[in-house]
Design a protein around this ligand. Structure first.
Ligand code: NAP
Length: 306
């Protein structure tokens, strides 16, 4: 029986690991399919407090990892396949074997959705990204594209007008799904140009392997065209990594874990931190803050039961 298991090694999971390890709880931290979380897919992080010259996403994660290990956190690779809570004991099925824990901190994050085109994985970080806040500032005075028609796409497009010379908002229909205020803000911006009824069918690259444009298909006429952009920002939604917990722990309609005060979920001893429960802020620093809060909630919850 473990004291604390932490699922996920992004900012939320690693911060929870640092705090629970320093509280002498010897947490077991499970690294899933994408160790390090979303920060490992970015380059320079310029908005994490304490790094005035920026820090590489993977380096920031490695530092947090080392800090957690230094205080006694134990790491293990493994994919959570199932979860159950039986008579106050929380159980996880990890790579075919069950492990039991008193407290469980779920920090398994969320994965941005991508359209599923060829070479997508290799182009992420080379002119293909899902985070305008992280990467927008690298594309100053050049044209960029945003794919999507929801609030995220409008928010990203509007944010990108600070840097880019032109923002092409590519949407598969002729009306935005976004709320009126966000849609109006985007559509009324002189730098944002909507590209309606269109799907990106291919990413075009230059000799150095960087994105130089996209191939478009008009879904009404079937006409194909090319659009020259230096970066493609994908904003077609996120998928919270809650598959093993669905039906066992309360989630909202989109599948994000529900926090019932602090980081508590509806299951005793189970806490949720970071993007797995947050579709609003989704920042490294807010995820780290929630990881800290979950560790404190778990520690106090365990102490009250001793
Ligand atoms: P969303 O509302 O689900 O919108 C996703 C958009 O991507 C839709 O326009 C959808 O097209 C399009 N899309 C989906 N799959 C696609 C594909 N394979 N290829 C091309 N386009 C595709 O997601 P979201 O914008 O990330 O918003 C998620 C939630 O967070 C929403 O509840 C939103 O209100 C909220 N949010 C709020 C704020 C804010 O208030 N500040 C900011 C961001 C997000 P269709 O329209 O045709 O379905």
């Amino acid at each position: 029986m473990e004291n604390v298991i932490i699922v996920g090694t992004g900012c939320a999971g690693l911060t929870a690991a640092i705090y629970t390890a320093r509280a002498n709880l010897s947490p077991l931290v499970l690294e899933g399919r994408q160790p390090g979380g979303q920060l490992t897919t970015t380059t320079a992080v310029e908005n994490f407090p304490g790094f005035p010259d920026g820090v590489d996403g993977p380096e920031l994660i490695m530092r947090m990892h080392a800090q957690a290990e230094k205080f006694g956190a134990r790491f293990r690779y493994g994919t959570v396949e199932a979860f159950e809570s039986v008579e106050g004991v929380n159980r996880l099925k990890v790579d075919d074997a069950w492990v039991e824990t008193r407290a469980l901190i779920i920090a398994s994050g969320a994965s941005p959705r991508y359209p599923g085109l060829d070479r997508e994985k290799e182009l992420i970080g080379h002119g293909l990204t899902s985070c305008a806040t992280c990467d927008g500032a690298f594309y100053r005075n050049v044209p960029v594209a945003v794919i999507g028609g929801g609030d995220s796409a409008c928010e990203e497009a509007t944010f990108l007008t600070r840097f880019a010379s032109r923002v092409h908002l590519i949407h598969r229909r002729d009306t935005l799904r976004a709320s009126r205020i966000m849609a109006d803000r985007a559509l009324n911006h002189p730098k944002i140009e909507p590209v309606w009824n269109s799907a990106v069918t291919e990413y075009l690259t230059d000799a150095g392997g960087e994105v130089r444009g996209v191939k478009l298909k008009n879904l009404e006429t079937g006409a194909e065209s090319e659009l020259a952009v230096k970066c493609v920002f994908v904003a077609i939604g996120h998928e919270p990594n809650t598959q093993p917990f669905r039906g066992k722990i309360d989630t909202d309609e989109a599948g994000y874990l529900k926090q019932a005060g602090g980081t508590f979920t509806n299951i005793p001893g189970v806490f949720a931190a970071g993007d797995v429960a947050d579709h609003v802020y989704r920042q490294a620093v807010t995820a780290a803050g929630q990881g800290c809060a979950a560790a404190i909630d778990a520690e106090r919850w365990l102490a009250a039961r001793e």
